[in-house]
Write a protein that binds this ligand. Structure first.
Ligand code: ZN
Length: 329
């Protein structure tokens, strides 16, 4: 079963989160295998999407935010788009669009950054937006300081965290067809230390980047975690092996109903709005070729069907519903 563990290093300005997404991840893969005409993901795409699931879950659990964290990679290669959405309650969904063929050992850049034009976007979409409020979005390229292509998602996201939060972060990510797992280690921000306030605190925070000896020591320990260990060992064993010389304060783990779980927010009502957006002409032209308008959710595989009567109802003016028809909403 999926589980998420938070911990602090006693007396040190460093915190950590370890996540293992199991049932929710195999659920995502099973829905893809059965519900999508394109079939199962190629192996490297599966592993990249799994790492995104682990990373997005770690980042969502690491911020105090009521809403969705959406991680998107806009690729310039065979993978055009990969998306993971994690809500505050750790309900999550994920999907990727693949066109063309990929070798089974394709690297990150071969999938999404062939011409060094791939991008990664993180969007924070509040649950209760006031009118006109825009979601916050940060975008980072998939290359490093010297424009060199980055070959691990963790490096891309470490850059993002440094840019957006001015905090040193170490991520270790791994995924296969059974588990999407990740470890996040982050330096804690300074909060109003001594007489420092406002801009002085943020300056002091920036001055700490890369130089905090406790963070650096713990980050090196975390980075020694191997992919195989992260995928196969239980949480207690991982934390003991990495940090046996450190003093850990562990919080109650999120398991069972609180653990990361599959959740899709699609609905017939949303699809109705989408068809309305297409326009009557477009919807009718689909109906000249097929018995109904069929829309499949990319995330959960649910199929929504609308026959000609449903479509007429969707475009009927309010209050002008032909007798004998049933509501489609
Ligand atoms: Zn869905």
């Amino acid at each position: 079963m999926s589980e998420l563990h938070k911990f602090l290093f006693d007396g040190l300005p460093v915190r950590g989160v370890l996540v293992r997404v199991t049932d929710a991840w195999t659920d995502i893969l099973a829905r893809r295998n059965s519900g999508n005409a394109e079939g199962a993901y190629p192996l490297p795409v599966q592993n990249m999407l799994g790492e995104m699931v682990a990373a997005a879950t770690l980042m969502q659990s690491n911020i105090k935010f009521n809403g969705s964290l959406i991680m998107q990679i806009f690729g310039d290669g065979p993978v055009k788009l990969a998306v993971v959405e994690v809500k505050s309650d750790l309900g999550l969904r994920a999907t990727a669009k693949v066109s063309g063929t990929l070798s089974s050992d394709a690297s990150l850049s071969m999938m999404v950054n062939v011409n060094n034009e791939g991008k990664c976007a993180i969007t924070l979409d509040p649950a209760n937006k006031f009118p006109g409020q825009q979601p916050y979005q940060g975008v980072v390229p998939l290359f490093g300081d010297q424009h060199e292509k980055l070959e691990s998602l963790s490096q891309v996201l470490e850059h993002y965290m440094l840019q957006s939060e001015q905090l040193d972060t170490t991520l270790v990510l791994a995924a296969d067809d059974k588990v999407a797992a990740g470890l996040l280690i982050q330096r804690l921000p300074l909060e109003g230390v001594g007489n420092l306030a406002g801009s002085l605190v943020s300056q002091a925070n920036e001055d700490e980047i890369g130089v905090n000896e406790h963070y650096n020591r713990i980050a090196i320990l975390a980075s020694s975690l191997k992919r195989e260990e992260l995928l196969t060992l239980d949480v207690d064993t991982i934390l003991r092996r990495l940090f046996w010389e450190e003093s850990l304060v562990r919080f109650e783990p999120l398991v069972g109903e609180q653990a990361p779980h599959f959740s899709c927010s699609c609905s017939r009502e949303r699809v109705v709005n989408m068809i309305r957006g297409l326009g009557l002409e477009e919807a009718q032209s689909i109906l000249t070729e097929r018995p109904d308008v069929e829309v499949a959710c990319e995330f959960c595989g649910e199929h929504y069907r609308f026959d000609p009567v449903d479509v007429a109802h969707i475009f009927a003016p309010p209050g002008d519903v032909p007798p004998g028809t049933t509501s489609v909403q």
